[in-house]
Ligand binder design. Structure first.
Ligand SMILES: [Zn+2]
Length: 288
């Protein structure tokens, strides 16, 4: 059976154990007593030996059974019961599948939005949850706030050379040693996705692009991005690093790639797509 998730904002009457997505800061609490990490399940948080505040109903997780899900915040200094661990979601990439990372990412964004919008950003009064909506509202001035999502473009720029196809990859100073990725950047207020893409590629590498095509998208909860993926073709320019964030940028052949991001990321899917398109047999890429 295909796993799926049905979002919801109003909790139904709870008669069975639910899945608790509890965060200590950025770290998700998981039950590791069975070896592999699992989302703790219980009717009440207290049954787990944990405490949580600002709990939010998330919806229904459908696997072999349908299970209601809640997010919440656990105190940072709370000692975990034996066999439990707390991990950044990135540390769970290799241990949860894409679907489970997606649900955990939703939970994290809702938990953090709830935490960060307890007071009105306009007048400072305490906000209230809006019944039946994923929103908080200020009773004093009426300002509503919704979970904030930051759109970002991510693009695989390719070019044809006499030696074959090449992909433009760059190294951010913050990346793990040796790792390169495709170009990405946040959309600015008032900007179209295409304008953002042309600006980011030009700012980071000095390259102009054409033939922009939509590729796919991915919520990326670090902390609240929606990555919108494109492919584009080289139109002109020479690589010049105009942006302090970028340590290096180069054109890479499909059979001579550097270290690239993990499989779960849309960055990797863009790179894998390039490799598949331009090599006879896609070689296994090295991760990180
Ligand atoms: Zn207000």
């Amino acid at each position: 059976m295909q796993k799926s998730f049905t979002p919801g904002v109003t909790a139904p009457p709870i008669h069975a154990p639910v899945r608790w997505y509890l965060f200590q800061g950025d770290r998700l609490i998981v039950d590791e007593r069975g070896g592999a990490p699992a989302i703790p399940t219980a009717k009440n948080v207290g049954d787990l030996g944990l405490t949580a505040t600002q709990t939010q109903y998330l919806g229904v997780h459908h696997d072999v059974v349908a299970t209601d899900c809640f997010s919440g915040l656990a105190p940072d200094d709370m000692a975990l019961p034996p066999g439990y661990g707390a991990h950044d979601l990135r540390a769970l990439f290799e241990r949860f599948d894409d679907f489970e990372i997606g649900v955990a990412g939703r939970a994290k964004q809702i938990a953090h939005w709830t935490r960060d919008h307890q007071f009105c950003g306009r007048c400072g009064a305490a906000t209230e949850l809006v019944i039946g909506e994923r929103a908080r509202r200020c009773p004093a001035c009426g300002l509503s706030s919704y979970p904030r999502i930051a759109p970002a473009i991510i693009v695989a720029v390719t070019r044809q050379t006499t030696e074959g196809a090449r992909i433009l990859l760059a190294r951010n100073h913050r990346f793990p040693a040796g790792r390169y990725s495709v170009i990405a950047g946040f959309v600015e207020a008032g900007e179209t996705l295409e304008e953002c893409l042309r600006r980011e590629v030009a700012e980071e590498t000095g390259i102009q692009v054409t033939n922009i095509r939509y590729f796919g998208n991915q919520p990326w909860p670090f902390p609240n991005s929606l990555m919108i993926g494109f492919t584009a073709e080289y139109a002109g320019g020479e690589i010049t690093l105009g942006d302090n964030e970028i340590a290096d940028a180069q054109w890479f052949a499909p059979d001579a790639l550097p270290l690239v991001p993990p499989k779960i990321s849309i960055a990797r899917k863009l790179i894998d797509d390039f490799v598949t398109r331009y090599t006879q047999s896609a070689t296994a890429l090295r991760t990180w």
